[in-house]
Design a binder for this molecule. Structure first.
Ligand code: LLP
Length: 440
């Protein structure tokens, strides 16, 4: 729950605003982010890594894929972060929000020619190259634009991050980056290409990681590669990626980010000492850690239905959202915590399953949660830690309009992204532009 969450007369307040009043004004479901929490966490992770690395310069790239709106991009710049984008769409939001191109890093394992051209022409700070083919493409685009493009090369370090299979990105059999042993040849090729300036290596071992050893091992392997390339001139930067885990339920207990930063800095300094090289400029790319805990999703309970299972029953509490606004339980079996937000209750807790409104039995919001036994239609239900990878992963399954992203600051609520309307959804249905009844 966001640090500002509190109960006032039984009702949940976040950032000084009453969730019931927000629901009355904006309807449900909605995603609410506490601006102060986002900003505090952005600053906190930057300061943690700056303190841990001491003199070595640290750049913190906010991974926009977690949650990107114009305001979120601006908050990051104001808190001293730079921005990582992974598509032309994310790039466009950042640029139109006024983020300086030089403060943007462009990721992605298969950027299109158009995306590459847009990034080069806008003057983005760095591209992260993911393959030999992409190196040639970016070099050609840079030459066409008459520029030298700064690039980093993504390495797959072979570290098995202990997280969900789909969230691990640096074991052997996955699509990202080039393996350690293929890196030197590609680095040599990149250094030959006149359109490119190689400024450093990059890796990212996965997401929602609690095990600090994975980060440390990846840093050691990257430093060794970094050092081995020094014969042709030391690369200035080393980007160690994101992936810092957060708590979704009481069962999760991530280490404080300061401890993770200190451990990583230790691993980097020790490895640099052993290799006899200076510690390079370090970059990290957190997304979830910054915005995840700052957001809650608020739904209205529609039906409460006991379903008989052999001897017992399971109670399904269905809400007015679900996998359309948060597919993470369906995709990864992700766990969340939920509370009734509109009132307190003295009723005995009951173990229920919170389900969504979509046409799939896998449309689960919270698989198993203890809610007051009198949970009833009309109650507002809040789900914690939905700031990251919910809005950004949302879909229109069943033509359900996507909820708004609201932000609260000092008790004032404003929309970062407005609620999608049925008209928004129908606007792209080309058949509706033809007269009804003509099936041409
Ligand atoms: N850098 C790169 C290259 C990445 O691919 C990612 C995440 C990040 C940084 C940020 O990772 P974070 O700090 O947020 O863990 N949809 C999944 C997460 C996918 C993460 C993709 N890449 C989920 O909902 O859990």
């Amino acid at each position: 729950w966001p640090a500002s969450a509190e109960r006032v007369d039984g009702a949940l307040h976040v950032g000084g605003a009453d969730v019931r009043a927000i629901a009355a004004e904006h309807g449900t479901p909605f995603l609410l982010v506490d601006e102060a929490v986002v900003r505090d966490r952005a600053r906190r992770i930057r300061l943690a890594f700056e303190a841990a690395f001491g003199d070595a310069r640290v750049d913190v790239y906010y991974a926009g894929k977690a949650l990107l709106t114009a305001d979120v991009a601006r908050w990051m710049r104001e808190e001293g972060l730079v921005l990582d984008v992974a598509t032309g769409g994310e790039l466009a939001v950042a640029l139109r929000a006024g983020v300086e191109p030089a403060a943007i890093g462009f990721h992605g394992n298969n950027k299109s020619e158009a995306e590459i051209a847009a990034g080069v022409e806008a003057g983005v700070g760095t591209f992260v190259l993911d393959s030999p083919i992409e190196a040639e493409r970016v070099a050609a685009a840079a030459e066409r634009a008459g520029r030298v493009q700064r690039v980093r090369l993504r390495i797959s370090v072979g570290v098995h991050a202990s997280t969900h299979e789909f969230l691990a990105t640096s074991h052997e059999d996955q699509k990202f980056g080039v393996p350690l042993d293929e890196a030197p040849a590609l680095v040599a090729r990149i250094r030959e290409l006149p359109g490119l300036e190689l400024v450093g290596l990059h890796t990212h071992i996965g997401s929602q990681i609690f095990d600090a050893d994975g980060f440390a091992e990846s840093a050691r392997r990257m430093l060794a590669l970094h050092a081995s390339l020094g014969a042709d001139g030391q690369l200035p930067e080393l980007n160690l990626g994101g992936g810092f885990g957060i708590a979704y339920t009481a069962a999760d207990s991530p280490e404080p980010i300061e401890a993770i930063a200190a451990g990583l800095a230790d691993a980097v300094r020790t490895a640099a000492d052993e290799l006899g090289i200076p510690v390079p400029r370090i970059a990290i790319e957190p997304g979830r850690w910054i915005v995840g805990p700052a957001g809650i999703s608020v739904y209205t309970v529609g039906t409460v239905k006991p379903v008989r299972l052999g001897e017992g029953t399971r109670t399904y509490v269905s809400v007015d959202g679900g996998m359309g606004d948060n597919p993470r339980p369906a995709l990864y079996g992700a766990q969340y915590s939920a509370r009734i937000a509109s009132r307190s209750s003295d009723a005995e807790p009951a173990l229920v399953r919170v389900a969504g409104r979509h046409c799939e039995s896998g449309d689960i919001v919270v698989d198993a949660e203890w809610l007051p036994g009198d949970v009833a239609p009309g109650d507002l239900l809040a789900v914690a830690a939905t700031g990251a990878y919910c809005h950004s992963l949302a879909s229109n399954y069943n033509l359900a309009p996507r909820p708004p992203v609201l932000a609260v600051r000092d008790g004032e609520v404003r929309a970062l992204v407005r609620r999608e309307s049925i008209d928004d959804l129908l606007a792209r249905d080309a058949g509706l532009e033809r007269p009804a009844g003509r099936h041409a």
